[in-house]
Design a binder for this molecule. Structure first.
Ligand SMILES: [Zn+2]
Length: 291
């Protein structure tokens, strides 16, 4: 009888997971690729939401409260919503000084750092542009950071995390080559965006962002700025407006009516559009969207 009870409980112990809360779906997918069966990810924000403005619902508080570790994007992308969740969850494991807390932005060089601190560059990204995961080359850096993090909090499964990382790295490197080839003839193309979500993507493939529909990061469109943008588009002939999925395309459509410029929706994360189910399909889509 004792043995039977032991047998019944054994699979439960073997299946014990680390519960890792992550802010965005791309972090969840990456963490799952490296963590495999030893971890469970709890993704806080949905991929079709504006990543800057997530509503800190009570259901999210309990997800943070029950987490064994937390991985965030950082670079102030979550500044409006994650710190309040962390405070209210009062979980020592997700405090920013815990060894079970990881801020990915600490491991990446941020672009678009404002030259001055008077906020004339906009209010929303004072530390620089936090949308670094949209350079697929950065995904490998982040995968390595996550591997080291998982090993540091769960050394027992070091070999598994290292093996999973190598598998991911091999797969990702072959895709990087394909995406680079696909984007080769787009080098030098001028683009407009709503918000500079694609700074890192553009840098990776040589696209040149010449203007944003937002007058400054986080500031809504104004008619003065929109008219200046229309003049710029007529002068510079950019190929297209690369638009996020969560802002209204109303201003973009107005600009398109006046100039004939194409609007292309660019998903920023897994789940941003229905077909974007994983990291590979996100970049497969992005590298095929500009035609
Ligand atoms: Zn942003």
């Amino acid at each position: 009888m004792y043995k039977l009870i032991l047998l019944l409980f054994l699979p439960l112990t073997l299946l014990a997971h680390l519960n890792i809360a992550v802010s965005y779906p791309y972090i969840g997918a990456l963490t799952k690729s490296i963590g495999g069966e030893h971890i469970r990810t709890v993704v806080l924000a949905k991929g079709n939401w504006d990543p800057h403005f997530v509503v800190p619902r009570p259901s999210l508080i309990s997800k943070v409260r029950n987490a064994d570790a937390l991985i965030m994007n950082g670079g102030q992308l979550e500044i409006g919503w994650l710190p309040p969740l962390i405070n209210r969850a009062a979980n020592p494991k997700t405090a920013s000084d815990a060894k079970t807390f990881l801020n990915l932005s600490w491991h990446v060089e941020l672009l678009d750092k404002p030259a001055d601190v008077d906020r004339s560059g906009g209010d929303i990204h004072p530390d620089g542009n936090p949308h670094f995961h949209l350079d697929p080359n950065n995904i490998l850096i982040l995968a390595d950071v996550i591997k080291k993090f998982l090993i540091s909090i769960d050394g027992e499964h070091k070999e598994v995390y290292e093996k999973n990382y190598l598998e991911f790295e091999g797969m990702w490197k072959s895709k990087l080559g394909m995406w680079k080839a696909k984007m080769q003839d787009k080098k030098g193309l001028k683009v407009i965006q709503f918000h500079n979500n694609l700074s890192y993507f553009n840098q990776a493939y040589g696209l040149v962002n010449i203007g944003t529909i937002e007058p400054l990061p986080g500031i809504p469109p104004s008619s003065k700025h929109t008219f200046e943008l229309i003049r710029l588009i007529n002068d510079e002939k950019p190929c297209c407006i690369l638009h996020d999925v969560y802002h209204s395309t109303k201003t973009a459509e107005y600009i398109s009516d006046k100039t004939g410029i194409k609007i292309i929706l660019m998903p920023h994360d897994i789940g941003a559009l229905e077909d974007i189910e994983d990291l590979s399909s996100l970049f497969e889509y992005l590298t095929g969207a500009i035609r």
